[in-house]
Design a protein around this ligand. Structure first.
Ligand code: MF3
Ligand code: CO
Ligand code: CO
Length: 267
């Protein structure tokens, strides 16, 4: 009667047929992130970028997962410079050299596609470019640790060891998450950890990996708006996020960029 499978940690095990729904949702989130690239320019407001995303989500036949989520009112989170995550789009005008994460989650046919990337308004500084590169590469190292039999600690270690070897820090206060027909589900996907620790990965698990990396210290604080998380030391922060599924031999990325533009043009 109840064919829903989950581990003793409450991690849902999906069926092979469920991958198609996740790919469809993930592709639309990724397509929207591809399309916003040209809008990220000095002089643009984060609110105008969010308006574009809000319209595209609907035009592509999907529903925003963030509008109405715990009272959140926007179709994206846009986190500029020292904002770590959950930046609220609005009147803020982008300046030359600003770096920003745009995070979009759509619901397609009941399946959630959640992804975020970094963008640059104008020309990035050398230290910004280095932060963006290390953050991206840490996500990919985390993803490459994904296969049945590996642990969530292996993923966290892959990310943490790489970031710290580059003398940057991993944010501890926010994590990735299981998803599927829900936005946030077990497990908490930590971006730090130790090899062999944590739940064991199994074929059919769907989750995000979304490391936030700071140039300075890892501590964050949430502003009075109850959403915006910033670095306590005001250092720059970056983040990339993919939604992925565990296959028999490794992983599939649901949020691959159709245009091959996941990593920004840094010139
Ligand atoms: N997309 C974010 C994540 O990666 C969650 C945003 S929730 C919101 O999990 F309400 F702030 F939009
Ligand atoms: Co997420
Ligand atoms: Co997200």
């Amino acid at each position: 009667m109840n064919d829903v499978r989950q581990t003793r940690e409450g991690i849902r095990i999906h069926e092979p047929a469920d991958f198609a729904g996740m790919h469809a949702a993930g592709r639309i989130a990724a397509q929207i992130l591809d399309e916003v690239g040209p809008l990220v320019q000095p002089g643009a407001t984060t609110g105008a970028i969010d308006d574009f995303i809000r319209n595209r989500v609907v035009e592509l036949g999907t529903v925003s997962a963030t509008i109405g989520y715990r009272g959140y009112q926007h179709a994206s989170c846009i986190s500029v410079n020292h904002v770590v995550c959950h930046g609220i789009p609005g009147d803020k005008v982008l300046s030359d050299g600003d770096i920003l994460n745009i995070d979009v989650t759509v619901i397609a046919d009941g399946w959630y596609g959640d992804s975020s990337r970094m963008y640059v308004a104008g020309k990035a500084s050398v230290k910004s470019k280095r932060l963006i590169q290390v953050t991206h590469d840490s996500l990919m190292k985390g993803i490459e640790a994904v296969r049945p039999g590996a642990t969530f600690g292996d993923i966290g270690w892959a990310i943490q060891s790489y970031v710290e070897a580059n003398r940057m820090s991993v944010v501890r206060d926010f994590c990735g998450h299981g998803l599927g027909r829900v936005f946030h589900a077990p497990p908490n996907v930590l971006h730090f950890g130790r090899p062999g620790k944590g739940p064991v990965l199994e074929e059919g698990m769907f989750f995000t990996i979304e490391p936030m990396v700071n140039l300075g210290r890892p501590e964050t604080k949430v502003l009075a708006d109850d959403w915006t998380a910033v670095t306590r030391d005001k250092s720059l922060s970056a983040q990339f996020e993919h939604s992925i599924g565990v296959t028999a031999t490794g992983f599939e990325i649901f949020t691959l960029s159709p245009a091959g533009k996941f990593f920004p043009d840094l010139d």
